[in-house]
Design a protein around this ligand. Structure first.
Ligand code: 5GP
Ligand code: MN
Length: 338
């Protein structure tokens, strides 16, 4: 954030504001962690603050401190709209374009509040009064830590805020192993542990709460995996029938896509998951190295994200989507074998 923006933010936050904090649709650990930590911080500063999530999020995040305060736009629509309409300031966290909030987009577009964006995704849209965008950052949680640091108030970070920030950094860095994990990330994480984040407990809450049906679904996913060595690609499909058979709950497929990348020589991994209710195939894309899944998802599947992690969607059937994907892949042979 540049010094002019820091001055602007300091001046805004020196008066009591009505603040709404918004994560992206299908919020992940980084989206929820950053929103909940910022929520704690702004509340301490005497503002009236609400977190409004576009829709529900997985059970493995529902233990997070302050999570009970989250308003779900789908379930508590009138209240959510009221909060957004009455807000003087709206923070949008962990997304780069208002289309990422689904049904909430129109309500946000009509809001009279000034927007502050904090995000690390590529190609941020220009809708905010203050845009703190940095694609080199490990996570929006690391940026919220920096944001509080810019304001000179890291002493305000308590154990709950530290726990929320730690959770988002941990989930977005694949437990501190992705390329975006810097020495600064580790310094921030060390600070968060000193401020009360219980690293082992957080890891267990997020990763060690498998249900038997989820592990069985992972078995199906792995046996469905198609490996294409000539394209250094591996992809998984899961149909709605398969999800139903294993009692699918939101979040159950989290991390499945990464298994493809553990194969020697594979640099591009995808998972295609049918969602019959929404009439789409949701696609998660991951890569190792310079192959940009952000560009791939943008160009072909109405999505985007980061160089090595992106998402997208297809409105065709699973068969058609896979067939189209295989055709597209042929045009990427050279890029995948540099
Ligand atoms: P995931 O595959 O875990 O859903 O998402 C991976 C990354 O891509 C995340 O950073 C997420 O914010 C981004 N992403 C996921 N789905 C979409 C999408 O439909 N559009 C865009 N622009 N980004 C997405
Ligand atoms: Mn993120």
């Amino acid at each position: 954030m540049n010094s002019a923006d820091i001055t602007t933010v300091k001046s805004i936050l020196s008066q009591p504001q009505k603040i709404a904090i918004i994560p992206h649709r299908n919020p992940d650990g980084d989206a929820m962690g950053s929103c909940l930590a910022l929520y704690g911080f702004l509340k301490k500063k005497g503002h009236t603050v609400h977190v409004v999530a576009p829709n529900d999020y997985p059970k493995f995040l529902k233990w997070m401190p302050e999570n009970d305060a989250v308003i779900n736009f789908e379930r508590e629509n009138p209240k959510a709209k009221e909060v957004i309409n009455e807000a003087s300031i709206i923070f949008t966290l962990d997304f780069n374009d208002l289309s990422r909030v689904g049904q909430m987009e129109q309500v946000l577009k009509e809001a009279s509040a000034d927007f502050i964006m904090i995000d690390h995704h590529q190609q941020p849209s220009d809708y905010a009064m203050v845009t703190y965008s940095d694609v080199t950052m490990s996570s929006t949680c690391e940026m919220v830590y920096n944001f509080i640091e810019f304001l000179g108030e890291t002493d305000q970070i308590d154990a709950d805020m530290a726990t929320n920030l730690y959770t988002g950094i941990m989930t977005d860095t694949g437990s501190f192993k992705y390329r975006s994990t810097s020495s600064k990330t580790h310094r921030v994480v060390a600070e968060l542990i000193d401020k009360g984040a219980d690293n082992m407990a957080i890891h267990q809450e997020v990763f060690d709460t498998n249900s038997p049906s989820r592990l069985h679904l992972l078995g199906v996913a792995l046996s469905n995996m198609v490996i294409l060595p000539e394209y250094r690609t591996a992809y998984i499909t899961l149909t709605q029938d398969e999800l139903d058979q294993y009692d699918f709950k939101k979040g159950d497929t989290e991390g499945f896509v990464n298994y493809g990348l553990t194969l020697e020589g594979i640099i591009f991994a995808l998972i295609f998951i049918e969602n019959r209710e929404e009439g789409i195939i949701k696609i998660s894309l991951r890569s190792i190295g310079d192959f940009s899944v952000n560009e791939f998802a943008r160009a072909h599947f109405n999505g985007g994200g980061h160089t090595n992690a992106a998402g997208g969607r297809s409105e065709s059937s699973m068969e058609e989507t896979i067939s189209r994907f295989n055709d597209i892949l042929k045009t990427y042979k050279d890029k995948l074998n540099p």
